[in-house]
Design a protein around this ligand. Structure first.
Ligand code: ADP
Ligand code: 5GP
Length: 202
C-alpha cells in the first residue's frame, strides 16, 4: 500500500483555514484531519480531543522534550503542535492527512517532509482578513491586533508554499482545494506502482 499524502493547509489567522478544512472533510471522507495540541483555552463549542487536545503548558513542554511533535510553535502567547504518532500511523496506513497549522509550523514540516503539499490560504484582502477575525467573535481586540501584525510576517513566507488558495467563497475555495488534492495524487512520482506495469525498466 502506498503512503498517504501529507497536506499542509496554512496561512494567517482568520483567512478561513478551519472553515475550508471542515468543508473538505465533509465532501471527501478519504481525508483525515490531524488534531493539534494547544495551551490555548477552549472556545465555546470546542471539544477536547476533537477541536484540539487542550493541554497545560507543563504537559505541552514535556511533549516537546519527549519529541512527540512533528512541529510546534508559539503563536500569540500560546503553544500549538502536531502530535507525531497519529499522523505517522495514518500516513503509513495510506490515508491522506491534513495539517491545519500556522506558518512557522508549516516551515518545520517543510524541512522534515519535503514531499508534503503546502497550501497557503489567502483572504480576498487584508481588510477582509480583519473583518473575518472580528466577525468570528472569538478573540479580544488586542489579540486580533496581534494576529494581524503576525499576518504581515506570515505573508512574507508565501514563496515557500506550493499553492495559494484564495478563499473568496467557501464553496469555490473548497473546490479548488479538492482540485489541488486530485492533481497531487496524479503526479508521476506518486504513481510508480501503476507505471511499472507499462515500462519494462522501471
Ligand atoms: P482560520 O481557521 O484561518 O483562523 P476561520 O475558518 O475560523 O479562519 O474563519 C474566520 C472567520 O471567517 C469565521 O467566522 C468564518 O466563518 C469566516 N469565513 C471563513 N471563510 C469565509 C468566506 N469565504 N467568506 C466569508 N466569511 C468566511
Ligand atoms: P486558533 O487559536 O485560532 O485555533 O489557532 C491559531 C493558529 O494556530 C491558527 O493559524 C492555526 O492554524 C494554528 N495552529 C493550529 N494547530 C496548530 C499546530 O498544531 N501547529 C501549529 N504550528 N499551528 C497550529
Amino acid at each position: 500500500m502506498s503512503r498517504g499524502l501529507l497536506l499542509v493547509v496554512s496561512g494567517p489567522s482568520g483567512a478561513g483555514k478551519g472553515t475550508i478544512c471542515k468543508e473538505i472533510l465533509a465532501k471527501r471522507p478519504d481525508l483525515q484531519l490531524s488534531v493539534s495540541a494547544t495551551t490555548r483555552k477552549p472556545r465555546e463549542g470546542e471539544v477536547d480531543g476533537k477541536s484540539y487536545f487542550f493541554l497545560q503548558e507543563e504537559t505541552f513542554r514535556n511533549m516537546i522534550e519527549q519529541g512527540e511533535f512533528i512541529e510546534w510553535a508559539s503563536f500569540c502567547q500560546n503553544y500549538y503542535g502536531t502530535p507525531k504518532k497519529a499522523v505517522e500511523e495514518q500516513l503509513k496506513a495510506g490515508h491522506d492527512v491534513i495539517l491545519e497549522i500556522e506558518v512557522q509550523g508549516a516551515m518545520q514540516v517543510r524541512s522534515k517532509f519535503p514531499e508534503a503539499v503546502f497550501i497557503f490560504v489567502l483572504p480576498p484582502s487584508i481588510e477582509e482578513l480583519k473583518n473575518r477575525i472580528i466577525g468570528r467573535g472569538t478573540e479580544a481586540m488586542h489579540v486580533i491586533e496581534e494576529r494581524m501584525e503576525r499576518a504581515k510576517k506570515e505573508f512574507e513566507q508565501i514563496d515557500k508554499y506550493n499553492y495559494i488558495l484564495l478563499n473568496d467563497t467557501v464553496e469555490a475555495a473548497t473546490e479548488r482545494l479538492s482540485a489541488i488534492i486530485d492533481a497531487e495524487k496524479l503526479r508521476i512520482e506518486r504513481n510508480e506502482e501503476t507505471i511499472k506495469q507499462f515500462v519494462n525498466n522501471k
